[in-house]
Design a protein around this ligand. Sequence first.
Ligand code: PGA
Ligand code: ZN
Length: 416
Amino acid sequence: MGKRLERVAARVVFDSRGDKTVEVEVTVEGHTARAAAPSGKSRGKREVVPFPEGGPEEAVRVVRDKVVRLSGVELEGLVAFDRLLTDLDGTPNLSSIGGNTAIALSVACATAYAASEGKRLYEALSELVNEVPALPLPLSNVLGGGAHAGPGAPEIQEFLLIPLGAKTMKQAVEVNVVAYRKLGRLLQRELPDFPLGKGDEGGYAPPIGNRKALELVRAAADETSDETGVEVGVGLDVAGSNVFDPRSNRYALRSEGLYLTGPEFKEYLVDLADEFKLVYIEDPFSEDSPELYADLQRDLRSVFVCGDDLVVTRAELIEHQVGRGAIRAAIIKPNQVGTVSLTVDAVRACTAHGAVAVASHRSGETTDAYISQIAVGLGCKVIKCGLIGGERVAKLNELIRIEEEIGAGKIRRLTA
Ligand code: PGA
Ligand code: ZN
């Protein structure tokens, strides 16, 4: 028997950057759930359109004028609402209701539906995909630049830490925090005038070159491994589309005075990976150069080259790029596709092809922690959700709560 969709409501709220976004409430069989959409700043070209023309205010109007018409329908399953939403939108890129509006509605509806069965969203999702709920390893942004910081910061967008051997979620977070604080001390020693300012995702944003930044992050990771006994891995999100300058056809590392061709930049990254023992490199190149991804993955067989803008959470793109050997991991950002169902398809594509699914926040976030529920339920081995700042730690604290519910020690590993 179906479950009745009773009420849909929306409002404009603010995200961690102070930008407007949309928050919704959906009631299914007397159970109300709320969800808010995050926003990206270094977005992939193939992502769905985040908001209808007119922005978040227009998105709220669309919910009030159009989506409310769906109230009263019977939902035949956890994600049955998604089809109704995409049909109502009627465009291939969700431009009439907006991908952010859609993901908030889709998540809130699935959460309310799960609640009507006495379940949390992660439990209902894990049943849907036949996964045993377990915790993802947190991949934490501790230093950053690119589109998430001001001028003078590194061109590489994110310097990341992952506590590879952590035994519990609580320990994993604690280890990353220890490393973050050590990094702060190292930065103060290196740059006495730097007031430890931060970028959009809570990592330090120092005026420093990429190589020097990586040196300090590696040192903080090594000291932390020695002190805690938990091996800490280092990774990067290059966000290559933003480093690439199409006019000169070069990867522009201004902080180091380097202007490199694609193959030269590949060699630069291979050297960094060898020297600093990287385990993970996300979006190393422009999203239009998958052949460079494949070259890098061939050169660095033990590294997880990960696609974000390259595959934008689309199952068919993930299958294609994993199949050709361009990547061994894919970022899962539900608002890149706009529905929980398409997110499920994307994670399934990873699992089926032996790639690591990395559930991910966006640079503009709210305190909503649905990404943590999705990561646990769908079987993502890693979650990239920041470390410092209320909207970042909200995701980690949700994982600590889930750990209490499913039992300690159920933590996934970074393996293919
Ligand atoms: P965005 O970037 O959320 O600003 O798009 C995050 C990322 O590139 O991973
Ligand atoms: Zn990215």
